[in-house]
Structure formats: structure tokens, C-alpha cells
Write a protein that binds this ligand. Structure first.
Ligand SMILES: [Zn+2]
Length: 1097
């Protein structure tokens, strides 16, 4: 039971254990001469029939033809249209149509016409500095030019920036919430640099034209309350960010090796290419390029808005204000594409310490050579500062996002299972760390030194092996625990509760049969589905049948238990109406083997919808239902999972009774946090009991109105369970989504009754944890259940000095019960580098993981702090991170430059997406339940999920040739990127939209929708007709493929341009200003620059 238990001494270990069938692997570790035969090892998680994602054969998909009342009878908040059906609660009940996001006139010219110095293009960076991997990015933003050293020049008239007054107003008033608020429409509109130069395609390195006439995009930037310095109007100069590795103070003749930092004196001006190629603009370039500091005096105005470019004899400026060119700021799409191109072809081999893995958006294979795959562990940084002082200075959170039971692609082998027999796994006597590749064998192999605590331990005789001349055990490659980053140990009885090997787990299905559940058709649909789904419960390896037993309960105000013993001709019902003192009325016959009781179970599932068909009972209980399931598992002495299907706020008189306390007026007040907190402590107490029993709770909600998700999700959250939410559920609209989620949820691999411990080498330790679990002390993460989708995020702090030579080690040990009832330990090891130079830290960070951590940190923060405070904290931290870099790592350059570390250049855009997410800045259409729901979802998300959740993927469907079947390259999530002659898919892991431009060719409309014109397309459509043509098949195929990549089914919503549903869609165009007041990317970047500058001044 306890991960820390020390193993009892001795007996011989049985190295090869043919016990777990699964992935056949002829010789792991690439060692042809392996002496043992590991072929039969492996395979937890292996591709086994029981886990397949495909729906069970013979399942009836059709909604019941009788029974379910017509959907149209749904009333109330759900009557409304597709909004009500929308998404996983992210945005349901959307705004009622009148709000239309305005397309700013200025935006249009942007996309294509204007030159775009692309910050991140490696090709661009090449000649000037280090290769992109280590290059930094210089972005020179409008609005950044504050502290120049040169006397201001007066602005020439006609140059075109707005007068201070207008700039001031542009400088970000955020009326709502005092934070972001919305920018006045039309303010700081993008200016059309393009306008004067249509079609101009300057060389990539060029600075955007007319930098001098930019209107402070910054001025439009969000002004944070925390800002103390004066916000200078119009201090927004400098022109767009430049594609320049900022480390280079002088034009480097060749690419520098990664990490090289040139700090020499300012070199000669940039190569003349710009000016020669862009006559007329050369003068502005000076200011835009970091390295060329000589001529920068022009920008050094203390009154930047006014003087910065004043003396520039630039070309006539056609417009009074210029906006930062969105093409010139770091693009997520470009970064993702570059990483795919650079790192997608080779496998990621884990043998090297501190290696930053490819991005989560890159497809790559992993070869385990001693460190855990990034599928199991991703870190915010792979190079940790040696001292806490350095860490504090940098403010970069040190965290690992761990997914211990991650599913692997079929090409990768599941961890081997090592059986050491009765002696159990070998561990350090002092810190209890498990044997791993980093343990150092000494004294000819008779002892080993612990790599975590340095303790010298004896090697038990049966584990002894000689060392080779390098000091390595000669059997190192024959033993997973000596050569691999991830592996499993069979646990001995010492690791089991009550010193008894566990029984196989059980699943209990608990179905709300109150009026709403019956009326929506849910009960009938669910019962029908379960008849076949139960044949696909998780199995161990190639076991013929699942060891999991099942039980059934239905409930409204009272609970009905069913005896489905195989010997019965018909199921028997037992009613428990004393919900205040829950007990399980039967033991024998409640939890049964599916095969043995097939007939009785089928009969029960046939009868349930009929039995309650005429119910008028609208009230439900909730806590007693969980209590009953937990008691049943306790009585059966096993762990397991409860699947709860629930429809309404539990207002019936019973423990855990809730009241409707929804109050949107609390938003933006100090009491807003109460919306995220449970309204009673009863559920925490209940959850604790569940965890002790290994009872995990998965909750499927089907609310027609407020159900208090914040309270109902407490038990799932603390027991490692999942919550699904189908607002205003109607069979015909939602059955596909619900059934897909249900099938996946029931079939997925789960580790039960689990305890996770993360050990670290001396110098750092795990101090904080995020995810769906319970903690009774400061170190052990208890998970009643843990599935392959869930992550636990761990934050580390220094408690001593680290050193570069030894690096830092993490070992995550998960003790759990498999679905067949076997007790196992899964071990993941990861070695990180340590540094004494901050630059090394900044070169080895992973922004996607940072964002995952920061989002979780913030989403937990809203439980205890005002949301505004949480947002400010995020912004401040981000500014500190970037300011520290600027101060310590970047070469000296103009204050007007925003300089971002190469691997963090997306931090601002992604952070902005977090800040304007529904939890931290809800739109008017987002319900309290939606926010609570999303909050808890994000808590367990892995890095890939948060990445696409916060920055959705937008795929043009009609741009590439129709024969081209590969996934089209994404475009940036901004309205500017939409062309009204095209069709796009947008997905964020929960939602899926198909946006149709108003001028799409008729042929395309016909091919895809089977109608003859745009106007005939049904807005809000959720299923595309299956048509026999290439385009239709391609789009359907793409939709299927996107769905297959995500852990939850994404329901499609067709949105027509200019239709009212478009408002909802635009909510996901995260680079744009949001209706709820969230800043645009450009504005936020400018704001971030201000914050940084303030920190530096
Ligand atoms: Zn130790």
C-alpha cells in the first residue's frame, strides 16, 4: 500500500516473467545479445482487444424509436438553439445573437499584402545569428520605445502618429473589470501598411515599412492595474518585432552555434540588403533592428510617441497611425511547423540528459534509452538553475507534467514488467528510491550508491553482477530497471492494503431515473448501449474476458439496487429509501461477472426504461448515491469505479443536498471565488472515504439548468475521476457525443487504488501538486483511480545547491492495482541538467509545458483569490521571466525592443489565451457551471491538450488541392486569416466548428453540404451529409482524424459567415480581441513589453 515500504529481504528474483502478454518485443534496449527473453514482458497498455476504441459490434446506434419524448419538448434554457447544445459546456447558451464582432476595416489588408518580417523563421535568422533553436527573438514593438538616450526630435507633421491625446485614449482603457475591458472599437486599428504598397513583398529580413508611423499598438494594450509607472501616451514605437536573434549585437558573419551569445560592441550596421531592396524604408530599419544600435538615436526619445521617428525622412506616411503587423510577431503556427520539420522525422532518443523533446504538436517516436519518454513526463525546463537564488531571479516555474499511465502509439512498447519475486523491487534503504539506471554500482558490484540521496546500499546476493571496465554492470542492458527510463515492477504483498493481494476491481453503473433523465431519452439510450458495451470492459493483456465485475443502481429520491445473480430468472430490485443512512441491501448478486449474468443483466437493462417510463419524480439525491457505491465496494473488498449518470441539482432531502446559489453578479467581485468552491464540505468528506476505498467516480452530467458543477465535481476530482457534461441533452443531437465518450471512458485502462510519489535528487524537492487526486500528507498523491489521460503536475523548489556535473534526477513511482487486480509499481525516471548561467535555463525551456503549469496554477488560484488578482499574478510572473532574460541573457539593445528567448517566444501569446479563457475572463454567455467544469477539466490536462485548448487549431479546407489528403497546415487563430471564399475547421479538443465563408464556390457547397447555395446551408448543423465526392470524403476523414486525436468527442457545429452563431465561433479566434474584453495578441504583446520595461527600469 505504501510506496515507501521497504522491500523485505531477498529471495531470488525472477527476471523474465512471461506473465504479461502484450507487445511483442524481440529485444528491448536494442541489445541483440540479451540473455533473458523479454519477449513476453511488457504490455500493460499494449494494444489489447479490450481497449479498442472502435464501437462494439452490433451496438444499436439509433435512438430508440419509442420512449424518448421528442426533443422539441425541451423547454427553458435549453430551448434555445444550437447554443444550448454547444460544446462540453465551454460555451453553452451563447449570447443571443445581437452581438456581432465587428471586422475592423483595418484588419483586412493585413494578412497577405504586407511584408512580414517573420520573427521566427530560421531561414531568416540564419545569417545573423545562432540557429533558430538557440536564437532569441527580437521583437520591436510599437509602444516600447521609452527610455531613449537621445534628445527628442519633434515629430514632423504629417508623419502620422496620433496626437498624444488620441494615443492616450488608445492606451488601453479596460472598462470592464478594470482589467482588460474592451478596447474601443476602431481604436488603434491596424493600419494598413499595406495600403500604400499593395503587393510589396519585401525581403524577409526587412523591417516593416513605415515603422515610424506606427501607432502604438501598445497603446491599445491592456493596462494592468498593477502597473505603477505612468503610461506614456504614444510610447508605442519602434515598429514591428524583427526577425532577429537578439543576441547578435553585430551582424554575425555566420550562424553561431546554439547558445552562443555575442556580446561584443555594436557592430556595423546591418547588411545593406534591406535598404537596397527597399528603397525608401531603410531609415526606419535602424530602429527596428536591435543590433544596429548606432543610428538608433532617432528612437531614443523620452517621449517616444512623439519624437521617436520624428526626424526620419521617411516616405510620406499615408496614415496617422500604424499598427504592429501581426505577421511580424511570433507565430504559433510557424513555431509548430518548424518543429515538425526539424524534429518530426527522427525518433527522440532519451539517452541524453536534459534534452528538450520535440513539441507536443510534432509527431515523433520515442526510443527509451534511460529516461522516461516525454509522453510520460514533460518539464517546464530541462536545465535547472543550480541555486534557488537563480531560480527566484528567473521566476521560471520548475515543474513536471506527469502522465504515469499515458497511452502510447502502437509503434512504441509498453513498459516491461519486472518480477523480482518475493523480494520485491530493489530500493535504496534510506530514501526508498527504486533501482534505476542512475544508481551507481561500486566495490566491484557489491554495493550501490543511491543517485537520489547518495546512501551506499548493499546489493543483495541474488542481484549481484560484475561490473565492466567502465563500472557498469554487465547485465545492465538485460534489465529494464538498469537501462530504461520507464518500467514496472510486480509488487509484493507488502505493497497491498492489509497485506492482502487485491481482488479485481468492480464497475458500478448508477443511473438517474428521475423525470428529466427519462424524458430526454437518456435512460433508454444508456441502457441500450450498456447491453453491448459491457462486453468491452478493460482486460489484462490477452485475457479472454475482463476480470471486472459490474453492478447496477438506479435512483431519484431513493435508491434501487439490483440483484443480477446469474442463477436468477429475472433481476430483483431492492429499494433503499433511507438515504440519510445509506447501506447496501444485498451483497451476493450485486457485483457479478458480465458473462455469467449476461441474460439477467440484459433483462434488467431492458426493463429499467419501462419501469420508470411514467415517473413524475423530479427530485434527486447525489451524495447518497456515491456513498452507496463506495459501501458496495467496501463490502466486496475491492477497488473500482462508479459511473454516475446524473441530471439535476440534488435538492431532495438527504446528505449533500444542494441549493441553487448561482449568481453571476459575483463575477468581478471578491466573492467570485465562491462560484468555484463547493457549497458544502460534505463532498470532501465523502471523497476522502472514497479514496480510502479505492473508489473512483466518473460523473456524466446532463443538466437542463444550473446543477452546481463546482460542488458535484468534488468527488470525481478528488478520486481521480472524470466529469462529462452534456447541457440540455437530447438524444437526437447528443447521442453520438455521449456514447463515444462513454465507450471510451468505460474501456480505458485504469490503475486503481493508486499512490504516486515523486522523488528527487538532493537539492530539489517536489513541493506542490496539481491534478485530480487527494493528498493526505505532503508527499503521497493518492488516486482512487488513474487513467491514461490524466496528468499530475508537480512543482519543484530548491532546498539546496545543485551542481552542473550531477544534474538533477526525478523518479516518479506509481503503485496501483491493474484492471485484473494485480498490484504493480510503474517507475519513470528523468535526468535533467543544472546550470549556473541563466541563459542555459532559457535555452532549455518548454513553453507549452510552462503554459500548462501556469494555467493550472491560475485555475487553482481562483478558488482562493479574486480572479483579477490571479490574472495579475500571471502577467507579473510572465513579465518577470522575460525581464530577467532581457537583463541577464540578451545582449544590450534598445529599450524599444521586446526581446524574447527563442524557446519562449510564444509565451506572451499563449499566456494571453489563458488570461482570456472562460475561467479567468468569462464572456456573458459562459455559465457558472461551464466555468467550474472547464476549471476542473484543465486541472488534469496534459500538455498537448492545454496547448490546443488555449490556442485552437484552425485548418483551411479548401486552400490546398483537393487530392491532397494530408492534414492542411493550420493558420493563426484570427479573423484576419479567414477568407470568405474558403471553409475552415476549428478545434480545441472540446469543440469543433466548420466555418463557411459567404463567398464559397457553389461547387464546394454542393460537394460538402449537398445543397445548391450558401443560403441553403443549415446553420448549426452538426452532421455533414455523406456524399460521394472527393471533398466530402476528405473533410469527413479529417473530422474523424481530429476526433481520434482527442480524449473527448468533439461535436461538430457548422457556422456560416455573418450568421449569429459566428459570435460563438469567434470566441475561439484567440489572437483577436475578445468580446469579453480579452486583449488581442498584438495588444497583449505590447502590454507585456511595457511591464517588462518597467521591471527593468
Ligand atoms: Zn537513496
Amino acid at each position: 500500500m505504501n510506496v515507501n515500504q521497504s522491500a523485505p529481504p531477498v529471495p531470488p528474483f525472477g527476471q523474465p516473467q512471461p506473465v504479461y502478454l502484450g507487445h511483442h518485443q524481440s529485444s528491448y534496449g536494442g541489445q541483440p545479445g540479451s540473455t533473458t527473453a523479454p519477449t513476453s514482458y511488457g504490455a500493460y497498455n499494449g494494444p489489447v482487444p479490450g481497449y479498442q476504441q472502435t464501437p462494439p459490434p452490433g451496438v444499436s446506434r439509433a435512438p430508440p424509436s419509442s420512449g424518448a419524448p421528442p426533443a422539441s419538448t425541451a423547454q427553458g434554457p435549453c430551448g434555445q438553439t444550437a447554443y444550448g447544445q454547444f460544446g462540453q459546456g465551454d460555451v453553452q447558451n451563447g449570447p443571443s445573437s445581437t452581438v456581432q464582432m465587428q471586422r475592423l476595416p483595418g484588419y483586412q489588408p493585413f494578412g497577405s499584402a504586407i511584408l512580414a518580417p517573420v520573427v521566427s523563421q530560421p531561414a531568416v535568422l540564419q545569417p545573423y545569428g545562432p540557429p533558430p533553436t538557440s536564437a532569441q527573438v527580437t521583437a520591436q514593438l510599437a509602444g516600447m520605445q521609452i527610455s531613449g538616450t537621445v534628445a527628442p526630435a519633434s515629430p514632423p507633421s504629417g508623419l502620422g502618429y496620433g496626437p498624444p491625446t488620441s494615443l492616450a485614449s488608445a492606451s488601453g482603457s479596460f472598462p470592464n473589470s478594470g482589467l482588460y475591458g474592451s478596447y474601443p472599437q476602431g481604436q488603434a486599428p491596424p493600419l494598413g501598411q499595406a495600403q500604400g504598397h499593395p503587393g510589396t513583398q519585401p525581403p524577409q529580413r526587412s523591417v516593416p515599412l513605415q515603422a515610424s508611423s506606427f501607432t502604438p499598438p501598445a497603446s491599445g494594450g491592456p493596462r494592468m492595474p498593477s502597473m505603477t509607472g505612468p503610461l506614456l501616451p504614444g510610447q508605442s514605437f519602434g515598429g514591428p518585432p524583427v526577425s532577429q536573434p537578439n543576441h547578435v549585437s553585430s551582424p554575425a558573419p555566420q550562424a553561431l552555434p546554439p547558445g552562443t551569445q555575442m556580446t561584443g560592441p555594436p557592430g556595423p550596421p546591418l547588411p545593406p540588403m534591406h535598404s537596397s531592396q527597399q528603397p525608401g524604408y531603410q531609415l526606419q530599419q535602424n530602429g527596428s533592428f536591435g543590433p544596429t544600435r548606432g543610428p538608433q538615436s532617432n528612437y531614443g526619445s523620452p517621449y517616444p510617441g512623439a519624437a521617436a521617428f520624428g526626424s526620419q525622412p521617411g516616405p510620406p506616411q499615408p496614415l496617422p497611425a500604424k499598427r504592429l503587423d501581426p505577421d511580424a510577431i511570433p507565430s504559433p503556427i510557424q513555431v509548430i511547423e518548424d518543429d515538425r520539420n526539424n524534429r518530426g522525422s527522427e525518433p527522440f532518443v532519451t539517452g541524453v540528459r536534459g534534452q528538450v523533446p520535440p513539441l507536443v504538436t510534432t509527431n515523433f517516436l520515442v526510443k527509451d534509452q534511460g529516461n522516461a519518454s516525454p509522453r510520460y513526463i514533460r518539464c517546464t525546463s530541462y536545465n535547472i538553475p543550480c541555486t534557488s537564488d537563480m531560480a527566484k531571479q528567473a521566476q521560471v516555474p520548475l515543474a513536471a507534467v506527469i502522465k504515469p499511465l499515458a497511452r502510447l502509439p502502437p509503434e512504441e512498447a509498453s513498459p516491461y514488467v519486472v518480477d523480482h519475486g518475493e523480494s520485491g523491487p530493489l530500493r535504496c534503504n534510506r530514501c526508498k528510491a527504486y533501482m534505476c539506471p542512475f544508481m551507481q554500482f561500486v566495490e566491484g558490484g557489491r554495493r550501490f550508491q543511491c543517485c537520489f540521496c547518495s546512501c551506499i546500499n548493499d546489493v543483495p546476493p541474488q542481484y549481484f553482477q560484475h561490473l565492466d571496465h567502465t563500472g557498469k554492470r554487465v547485465d545492465a542492458y538485460d534489465r529494464p530497471e538498469l537501462s530504461l527510463g520507464s518500467y514496472e515492477f510486480l509488487a509484493t504483498v507488502d505493497y497491498c492494503k492489509n497485506n492482502k493481494f487485491p481482488s479485481p476491481p468492480a464497475f458500478i453503473f448508477m443511473i438517474d431515473v428521475s423525470y428529466n433523465a427519462i424524458r430526454s431519452g437518456l435512460v433508454r439510450l444508456l441502457c441500450e448501449e450498456l447491453k453491448s458495451l459491457l462486453d468491452f470492459l478493460p482486460r489484462e493483456g490477452r485475457a479472454e474476458e475482463s476480470a471486472i465485475r459490474v453492478g447496477f443502481v438506479t435512483y431519484n429520491k431513493v435508491l434501487h439496487f439490483y440483484n443480477v445473480k446469474s442463477s436468477l430468472a429475472q433481476p430483483q430490485m431492492m429499494v433503499v429509501s433511507d438515504v440519510g443512512d445509506m447501506f447496501v441491501p444485498l451483497l451476493d448478486g450485486f457485483l457479478v461477472n458480465v458473462n455469467e449474468s449476461q441474460a439477467v443483466i440484459t433483462s434488467l437493462l431492458d426493463q429499467i426504461p419501462e419501469m420508470f417510463a411514467d415517473t413524475r419524480e423530479t427530485e434527486t439525491v447525489f451524495a447518497p448515491v456515491i456513498q452507496a457505491g463506495m459501501e458496495a465496494l467496501k463490502a466486496a473488498e475491492c477497488a473500482g469505479k462508479l459511473f454516475l449518470f446524473h441530471t439535476s441539482l440534488p435538492i431532495a432531502e438527504a446528505p449533500g443536498k444542494l441549493k441553487n446559489r448561482d449568481d453571476r453578479k459575483l463575477i468581478n467581485t471578491d466573492k467570485e471565488k465562491t462560484l468555484f468552491q463547493p457549497q458544502t464540505g460534505a463532498y470532501q468528506t465523502l471523497a476522502k472515504e472514497c479514496v480510502a476505498q479505492g473508489c473512483c467516480v466518473d460523473l456524466f452530467l446532463f443538466p437542463n439548468q444550473y446543477v452546481d458543477v463546482a460542488t458535484l465535481s468534488v468527488v470525481p476530482q478528488l478520486t481521480g475521476g472524470s466529469v462529462y457534461k452534456y447541457a440540455c441533452f437530447q438524444v437526437e443531437n447528443d447521442q453520438e457525443r455521449f456514447l463515444s465518450d462513454l465507450r471510451r471512458d468505460v474501456q480505458k485502462v485504469v490503475g486503481f487504488d493508486a499512490v504516486m510519489r515523486v522523488r528527487t535528487s538532493t537539492g530539489i524537492r517536489a513541493v506542490d501538486f496539481f491534478g485530480a487526486f487527494y493528498m493526505n500528507n505532503t508527499t503521497d498523491v493518492e488516486l482512487a483511480g488513474l487513467d491514461g489521460d490524466k496528468t499530475v503536475t508537480v512543482e519543484f523548489k530548491h532546498d539546496d545547491r545543485l551542481n552542473e556535473e550531477n544534474g538533477a534526477l526525478l523518479q516518479c513511482a506509481l503503485l496501483y492495482t491493474s484492471c485484473a487486480g494485480q498490484r504493480r509499481l510503474r517507475i519513470h525516471n528523468l535526468a535533467l541538467n543544472c546550470c549556473t548561467q541563466l541563459a542555459d535555463l532559457y535555452r532549455n525551456c518548454e513553453t507549452d509545458t510552462l503554459i500548462n503549469y501556469m494555467a493550472k496554477f491560475a485555475y487553482r488560484g481562483v478558488l482562493s483569490s479574486p480572479v483579477k488578482t490571479v490574472r495579475d499574478t500571471l502577467i507579473t510572473q510572465c513579465a518577470q521571466i522575460l525581464a530577467c532574460y532581457r537583463k541577464n541573457c540578451a545582449s544590450p539593445s534598445s529599450a524599444g525592443q521586446l526581446i524574447l528567448p527563442e524557446c519562449m517566444k510564444l509565451l506572451p501569446v499563449y499566456l494571453n489565451c489563458v488570461l482570456k479563457s472562460d475561467v479567468l475572463q468569462p464572456g456573458a454567455e459562459v455559465t457558472t457551471d461551464d466555468r467550474a467544469y472547464v476549471r476542473q477539466l484543465v486541472t488534469s490536462m496534459d500538455v498537448a491538450e492545454t496547448n490546443v485548448f488555449f490556442y485552437p487549431r484552425l485548418l483551411p479546407l479548401t486552400k490546398s488541392p483537393i487530392e491532397n489528403t494530408t492534414e492542411p497546415p493550420a493558420v493563426r487563430a484570427s479573423e484576419e486569416r479567414l477568407s470568405n471564399g474558403d471553409i475552415y475547421l476549428l478545434e480545441n479538443g472540446l469543440n469543433l466548428f466548420l466555418w463557411v465563408g459567404a463567398s464559397v464556390q457553389q461547387g464546394v457547397v454542393q460537394s460538402l453540404f449537398g445543397v445548391s447555395s450558401f443560403s441553403q446551408i443549415t446553420s448549426g448543423l452538426s452532421v455533414l451529409p455523406v456524399l460521394d465526392n472527393l471533398l466530402s470524403k476528405k473533410v469527413q476523414g479529417l473530422i474523424d482524424s481530429l476526433r481520434a486525436q482527442r480524449s473527448r468527442y468533439m461535436k461538430l457545429i457548422v457556422v456560416k459567415q455573418e450568421d449569429k452563431l459566428e459570435t460563438l465561433f469567434k470566441h475561439f479566434l484567440v489572437e483577436d480581441k475578445s468580446l469579453s474584453g480579452g486583449a488581442s495578441y498584438v495588444d497583449f504583446l505590447c502590454h507585456m513589453h511595457k511591464e517588462i520595461r518597467q521591471l527593468l527600469s
